[in-house]
Unconditional design. Structure first.
Lengths: 348, 224
């Protein structure tokens, strides 16, 4: 089966050959074609080649065109440092003074920052693989993007001291996210949302309800209105907000290895598909193929029977230097389990 | 301790816990007017409130925004009381910690929470900020006479910089004088062991426990 056929069968409740498998490959794709990470960030052509080659090399199910979470904020004025061969990171937020929030403008995906290059990459990947693979591109959620506009600590304080400013930041971030999601869909791919600042490791469920839910709901509704299924990923602890994550209308919740698939399945498995949660660092990056196989079996034993299905994925993006043999081992382990996706206690 | 004093101290602690900076400052000033020992005001009032905030954080009743606003109140109170500590007042310092986010990363909320909780626990903290090169950690730790270096990162790409700090300390044969503790999202006990760090903590209050342990452990006891 192709990845598209697999997801269609999963959605329809028909049998498939194996569960979809998604080691979340980001900058590791650069390694597959032997280029530096900074090169794929700025060149649409290289970014597309890297992700197409990575998909062909590993045979996973979802191609996620992604380099880092800062591309939207950068297009709105945040300063990003891009080391030649390491992951980009936020250097300075867009604003030093929160009194200047009115100066912020939503980004234009046609001309701001590296959004045009990424849009080109998405279109190229869709051209090459759109007939068989599920092609997605990352959209940074409004609250997390807001943290790149004023700085995470400032945003955390504003959440309690000046909630109206936070709402304004989320609103302008939402507008950017909507435009970027439209650009992704115009290019033929599906937006997948990541909003790590809404993690319960950072903010309370009440703050999620206030600064996360309203904006995510509008974003998800817009994307689903154009016929695309939406995956929402939040890193770290999320148990207190699983129900709220499902309330956004997302079709699939992607959870970190700090959260439990068994508990997520019980809490929201009837409402949404689950995706997760093999540890990206301790297992994929640091362990070996045998360790990866064992972790995949544990993952499927815990979540393989989730009512709306499971996508066997890593709990977060893979470190750039993740050994290829471990990524191969992850797909192979899901293949080996096959269908139905049952792993007994003894064989796990 | 008089009833008024104990009531004032507990109200000071409550004001920090309630994230009420204005009330914290007002009560700190009130405490000076009442001629209550500012050292007690700090310990049994401000620091006590911050410790209780840390407990609520542990229990997932408070989150990062609440903890930050509590610390703002605590520091505002400290600015009122500290100038009135008698000179030569009993040193409450448990040790000197040089702390920072390693080069290649600027996620610093976690590091800031660790700084707050270490200061609350009585450590002197030299905060080098974020995106700090390995050599800077070593130089600043030596010039400050630090007992501990605390390294933080949220990115897997920068974890190598942590072992680089340890390598440089080894080179200078400074490992018995200066302990290294590590933390942050992708960091684990397993990783800490592998790079030869002296301690790992999963969160800010864990970091206080580790720093306290590192200060108590005799230098010779470190497994090479």
């Amino acid at each position: 089966m192709t990845p598209i056929e697999r997801f269609a069968a999963l959605a329809a409740g028909r049998p498939l050959d194996r569960l979809p498998c998604v080691p979340i490959v980001g900058n590791t794709a650069a390694r597959v074609i032997g280029v530096r990470t900074a090169e794929i960030r700025r060149s649409g052509e290289l970014l597309a080649r890297a992700h197409t080659a990575a998909y062909r090399r590993f045979g996973y199910d979802v191609v996620r065109v992604f380099t880092d979470l800062y591309v939207q904020a950068e297009a709105m004025g945040a300063k990003v440092r891009v080391p030649e061969d390491e992951t980009a990171y936020l250097h300075e937020p867009a604003l030093v003074d929160t009194h200047d929030v009115d100066r912020l403008k939503p980004a234009d995906p046609g001309k701001d920052g590296c959004l045009p290059a990424h849009r080109e990459a998405i279109a190229r990947v869709v051209d090459d693989l759109g007939g068989e693979a599920v092609v997605t591109a990352a959209v940074t959620g409004p609250f997390t993007n807001a943290s790149f506009l004023v700085g995470a600590e400032t945003l955390a304080r504003l959440a309690l001291r000046e909630p109206a400013v936070v709402r304004h930041l989320c609103e302008v971030s939402l507008e950017t996210a909507l435009r970027w999601a439209d650009a992704i869909m115009d290019a033929g791919a599906s937006p997948s949302i990541t909003d790590p600042m809404l993690s319960s490791t950072v903010v309370s469920p009440r703050q999620f309800r206030e600064f996360g839910l309203p904006y995510l709901e509008r974003l998800v509704t817009h994307i689903r209105g154009r016929g695309k299924a939406v995956t929402l990923h939040i890193c770290g602890k999320t148990r207190p907000v699983w129900a709220l994550m499902a309330d956004t209308g997302a079709d699939c919740l992607s959870i970190d290895n700090e959260a439990s698939l068994v508990e997520a399945k019980a809490a929201v498995g009837k409402r949404v598909r689950l995706m997760g949660n093999v540890p990206p660092v301790a297992v994929l990056f640091e362990s070996d193929p045998a360790g990866v196989r064992q972790a995949v079996r544990t993952c499927v034993r815990e979540g393989g029977d989730s009512p709306r299905g499971l996508v066997v994925a890593t709990g977060c993006s893979l470190p750039t230097e993740t050994p290829f043999a471990n990524i191969d081992a992850m797909v192979r382990a899901v293949d080996e389990i096959g269908w139905p996706p049952r792993v007994t206690e003894a064989s796990a | 301790m008089s009833q008024e004093e104990s009531s004032l101290l507990s109200r000071l602690s409550d004001a920090v816990l309630a994230m009420d900076e204005a009330e914290t400052v007002r009560l700190a000033q009130e405490l000076l007017v009442q001629r209550i020992d500012p050292g007690r005001g700090i310990e049994a009032g401000l620091v006590d409130g911050m410790r209780r905030a840390g407990d609520l954080f542990e229990r997932e009743e408070y989150f990062i925004p609440e903890l930050l606003i509590c610390s703002d109140a605590m520091y505002a109170g400290l600015r009122v009381l500290q100038p009135h500590l008698p000179s030569g007042a009993a040193e409450r310092k448990k040790g000197i910690v040089v702390i920072g986010v390693v080069e290649g990363d600027t996620h610093d909320i976690g590091k800031n929470l660790v700084r707050i909780m270490l200061e609350t626990a009585g450590f002197e903290v030299v905060d080098l900020g974020r995106d700090v090169p390995p050599a800077t950690f070593v130089e600043r730790a030596e010039s400050a006479g630090a007992h501990i270096i605390g390294l933080s990162t949220l990115m897997t790409t920068t974890m190598g910089a942590m072992s680089e700090v340890i390598r440089r300390l080894d080179e200078r044969q400074a490992r018995s004088r200066i302990k290294v503790m590590v933390g942050g999202g992708p960091v684990s006990q397993q990783f800490a062991n592998r790079i030869g760090a002296d301690g790992y903590a999963a969160n800010a209050s864990g970091a206080v426990a580790v720093a306290t342990r590192l200060r108590q452990a005799p230098a010779e006891s470190r497994v090479p």
